[in-house]
Design a protein around this ligand. Structure first.
Ligand SMILES: [Zn+2]
Length: 194
């Protein structure tokens, strides 16, 4: 999938999880903004192993750092798209957030930001499942998972199906979910933020 689809999918996943909760925790504006940012980064994060990924384009020195970092991660769709990777990424995010909360003088709820980030990361791996390359979920085992299981039936990244079915489908799902929960979304924005 392209970075654009991954970003939308991360937001869709965030909306789906948030609206499925019995009630959203009350949070500061700083937490909400950081959670959206973390969700956006999380949606691209597993592609840190790909030099050409949109993830690296978000930073000024990104393409340069990517050239140094990527070979260590074993090439595209490796550890960062696996169960082991999820645990590593989750721990790294946890420690980074603890550090951030200590360093900045803002009221931030690190657990909300962490969940938003991880929802983005998991959505990325799910979205890579229907693509031809598949996902090495059980890395270091070399077995690539995909939906459907037959590679020939899966889609090509960035091509017709992604552009005209997946992307609009995600947009419609997000809009529909927000619309069908608009009362609780509205209440959250009116009363849940401080
Ligand atoms: Zn990926």
């Amino acid at each position: 999938m392209t970075g654009r689809t991954h970003d939308l999918a991360a937001f869709t996943a965030l909306v789906l999880v948030a609206t499925a909760l019995p009630s959203l925790p009350s949070m500061s504006y700083a937490t909400l903004i950081l959670a959206f940012g973390a969700n956006f980064v999380g949606g691209l994060f597993p592609d840190i192993d790909q030099k050409t990924s949109d993830f690296w384009d978000n930073f000024r020195l990104g393409p340069f750092v990517a050239k140094v970092v990527c070979p260590f991660l074993g090439g595209h769709r490796n550890v960062s798209h696996s169960l082991v990777g999820l645990v590593l990424i989750g721990s790294l995010a946890h420690f980074s957030l603890q550090l951030l909360v200590k360093l900045v003088n803002l009221e931030i709820d690190p657990s909300v930001v962490w969940w938003a980030f991880m929802i983005g990361v998991v959505s990325h791996i799910i979205m890579d499942l229907p693509t031809k390359a598949g996902v090495p979920f059980l890395w270091p085992m070399d077995w690539k998972f995909g939906i459907p299981p037959f590679r020939a039936l899966r889609m090509e990244s960035g091509k017709f199906v992604e552009k005209w079915v997946v992307f609009p489908g995600l947009l419609a799902l997000t809009a529909w979910t927000l619309f069908s929960h608009y009362q609780s979304v509205l209440t959250f924005f009116k009363q849940g933020l401080h």
